[in-house]
Design a protein around this ligand. Structure first.
Ligand SMILES: *Cc1c(COP(=O)(O)O)cnc(C)c1O
Length: 422
């Protein structure tokens, strides 16, 4: 469900026609629908009504300050993976008490910052990290609220680069050695052992791997309880997939996911933490781009856009599919022909779609990549000397630039030429 629809033949974000935004900020740009963000946040929280569950939005999917402020106002916490994200989320108004910190390589500076800021939970991913945290917290005379992230060794049927819960992945504590580490955590100074965490991957379209992981967690919580180690929190991570094809309803319903959580943990009296990212932000954003040229190659016809893989890397990085919508609605009888949709970057991999059937599109026409609200702007770069594109937030019939396009001077302001070259 999103709020990007054709009205009078023009694609709108809520009540704003996209060409109006293009005129104001130039292309390419990202546009987010506040109504869609709010809707998705409510869908997941309402699915867990009656369970003691807290939603911590995975800010790595979309860290725009306005987006974080909006979700924070609705009651969301944040799942962060660096001290930068942590400070940014707190600056956006998300209370530290609702922030959880994940990641395999948290540095000393990051862990001590987390302790000083008083965040809710640090998800520890290895024994060396646990020992380091114990040392830092003891030295600071404080207690670190810890969950141990375990690797449940389940295979989620998703792209290799976003699968995280198999034993050959770098994430989490090996399932077999986890109980020993819980015992250690329970005795180390400076550690306040709160719970257990998992995150098995992203864009998971089937509940089976979640079930397998949750049952392992349940088993672990019960067996530790038998030893007198009472875990109060279970952090289920994120990973719920979203539909990238409009007519494809195959992604699991949040209600079914919530029912599964209840089945696995409902009788344990634990607090659940959820870390959805894509589920909330994915379908709440579009990347809007302009056609620069239509080029007839020897073997293919190319649609050359002003957006490149530096702006949206998912197709190049994960072979991801994004629907490409002409902003001007095609006539019902428009002839479609297969085009290779590419950007201007000097790399063959700068390819958004191969042989995508599209209606006639002339230079200057606008197109929109759907489902670009998560891992879109957040993963963009300035490769090829291209400025990060503006981000716009729509609410009803108003739109606001929530990140402006930097000038070339701003982009290069941190660079300097040594004296000896002058
Ligand atoms: C990336 C990540 C998430 C969010 O994953 P989604 O698939 O976007 O829901 C949640 N938790 C952790 C630890 C992550 O690394």
């Amino acid at each position: 469900m999103d709020h990007f629809t054709y009205k009078s033949g023009i694609l709108h974000a809520e009540d704003v026609p996209l060409p109006r935004i293009a005129e104001s900020v130039g292309t390419p740009f990202y546009v987010y629908s506040s109504a869609t963000l709010e809707h998705h946040y409510r869908v997941i929280t309402e699915a867990f009504t009656g369970q003691d569950a807290h939603v911590c939005f995975a800010t790595k999917t979309n860290g725009n300050k306005a987006v974080l402020t909006l979700l924070g106002r609705l009651g969301a916490g944040a799942d962060v993976v660096s001290v930068g994200e942590m400070r940014h989320a707190i600056a956006a108004g998300i209370p530290a008490k609702r922030v959880v910190f994940s990641g395999v390589g948290k540095t000393r500076d990051e862990l001590t910052a987390a302790l000083s800021l008083g965040i809710a939970q640090i998800n520890v991913e290895s024994e060396p990290e646990l020992r380091a945290l114990s040392e830092f917290a003891s030295a600071m005379g404080t207690l670190a609220p810890v969950a141990l992230r375990i690797n449940p060794d389940v295979t989620a049927d998703t792209h290799d680069k976003i699968s995280t819960g198999r034993k050959e992945n770098k994430f989490g504590i090996d399932w077999a050695t986890a109980p020993a580490l819980f015992r250690l955590a329970n005795t180390l100074p400076g550690i306040d052992l709160k719970g257990v965490a998992v995150h098995i991957g992203s864009q998971i379209l089937d509940l089976a791997p979640f079930r397998a992981a949750f049952l392992r967690l349940r088993e672990l919580v019960l067996s530790l309880r038998g030893e007198g180690i009472a875990l109060k929190r279970v952090d289920l991570g994120g990973g719920l997939g979203v539909p990238y094809h409009r007519d494809d309803p195959s992604s699991p319903a949040p209600s079914a996911y919530a029912a599964l959580a209840k089945e696995c943990f409902g009788d344990l009296g634990v607090t659940l933490i959820l870390e959805p990212g894509r589920l909330i932000a994915g379908n709440a954003g579009l990347l809007v781009s302009r056609v620069v040229y239509v080029k007839e190659g020897a073997a293919r016809k190319f649609l050359i856009l002003d957006a490149g893989f530096n702006d949206l890397v998912r197709p190049a990085m994960y072979d991801a599919y994004h629907e490409i919508l002409p902003v001007e609605q095609p006539a019902p009888d428009a002839p479609y022909e297969p085009l290779d949709v590419v950007g201007p970057i000097c790399e063959t991999g700068d390819l958004f779609a191969r042989q995508r059937p599209l209606p006639p599109l002339a230079p200057d026409a606008l197109v929109a990549f759907a489902t670009a609200g998560a891992y879109g702007a957040a993963m963009s770069s300035t490769y090829n000397g291209r400025p990060l594109v503006p981000e716009v937030l729509v609410k009803g019939n108003r739109f606001d630039v929530v990140r402006r396009r930097p000038t070339l001077a701003e982009m290069t302001a941190l660079e300097s030429v040594p004296e000896w070259l002058k």
